[in-house]
Ligand binder design. Sequence first.
Ligand code: HEM
Length: 437
Amino acid sequence: MSVSHATTSGKVTDSDLSLFRLLDPDVLADPYPLYHRLRCEDPVHWDSFLHSWVVTRYDDIVRVLRDFSAQRTPTSERLTTMGLSALNPIANVMVKQMLFLDPPAHTRIRSLASAAFTPQRVEALRSHIRDIVRNLLSKLKPNGRMDVIADLAEPLPGIVTAEMLGVPVDDHRQLKLWSQDFAEMLGNFQHNPDHMPQILKTTEEMTAYFRSAMRKENLRPDGLVSSLMNADVNGDRLTEEEVIANSIMTMIGGQETTTNLIGSGTLSLLRNPDQLEKLRANLSLIPSAVEELLRYESPIQHTARLTPEDTELGGKQIRKRQAVIAVMAAANRDPEHFPDPDRLDITREDNRHVAFGYGSHFCFGAPLARIEGQIALEEMVCQFSSCSLEPGRLVWRTNLSLRGLTSLRINFTSAAAGNEGQNHSEEGVTLHEYAQD
Ligand code: HEM
């Protein structure tokens, strides 16, 4: 869609502040001036291109995420009225996913899923994650070049997701392709009829995959799919369709986002060498660096809600069931909450960013995502004594909700030979089966 920009009279038009401007590669490369303008000029903005309210102030976003309705999947009647009945198979899956439900349905699914995704399970994945990262990095030529996205940021969450779900690790490339496809649909504002057959095919294949996985003997009993099948809270169990829908949700939620945390996080550090050096000098800053990188380049830029009833927000009257887009990436640069918000500061204190959302839908996989981000960064910092961006234009994905690079080429120098040969887990198990090409 083409969007006209400022008028000759200099008057601000609707299109000046529309999130559709993210389709312009220059705006996509640096969306923060647009978010700052929105927050300063019209923090609760009616975007006539999107037929939605766009909210950019931290406090308003917290209210939207806490109080507004997440139940936004269109019913089959609505899809038919919109001439989109072909999308019904997708809506049938989404309507059972926790992300698109309000209490009590949301509370029920989330508690059953939490019973299946315990802190012990996340901890058990921790040592594997270090093995996977080391194994991926060991495939690189010493003192060479790498594409951080293709060589690390994509395969790592794919392998971890297969492990977490308890399906065969060899399936990780297939899981990645499906999740990329589904994320494409979720992350773009406009329904793209050309892409619909592919999304429908993907939905059918993912559903069939998890239905068959549930019956297979090689499904790991400690994986999330088995645990969802067996989860029981006071006699309440998930149906087969709910297990499938939420396995798909977790598979997608865990991949694109973590890829972007590692990719954009590495870029931010390379663009701020003083911060990279600070980190190299003091590795105990890794957890706080990951939080700052999540704030600074949030992998999920925005999400949506519907107003449960007529309501007032930031001085604007919002009618019942109108769509509201909460731009978390703008909240995370709100100077009211983050002093000098455009500065990357890996020692930032009181960093209560909303990159993982807020309230009852707060990211279910945040502990796992944090561990993956921390280990990936730590290993890169330890294994590369220096690294730099390769010259060339960076290309950001045109998925408007999920912010990430298509590729990130760097040159690096390996650290002293002392680091080599450490391709073993903290438990002493070598995991060469991971990430085979
Ligand atoms: C850096 C990585 C990640 C980021 C930035 C991220 C971000 C988010 C955000 C912002 C939400 C809330 C969306 C909303 O309120 O509309 C969310 C929800 C969710 N995330 Fe993540 N996520 C990440 C990794 C993961 C991982 C690794 C998993 C899987 C283990 C996961 C699974 C989920 C699920 C299932 C939900 C829905 C929770 C609910 O509705 O109650 N995410 N995530």
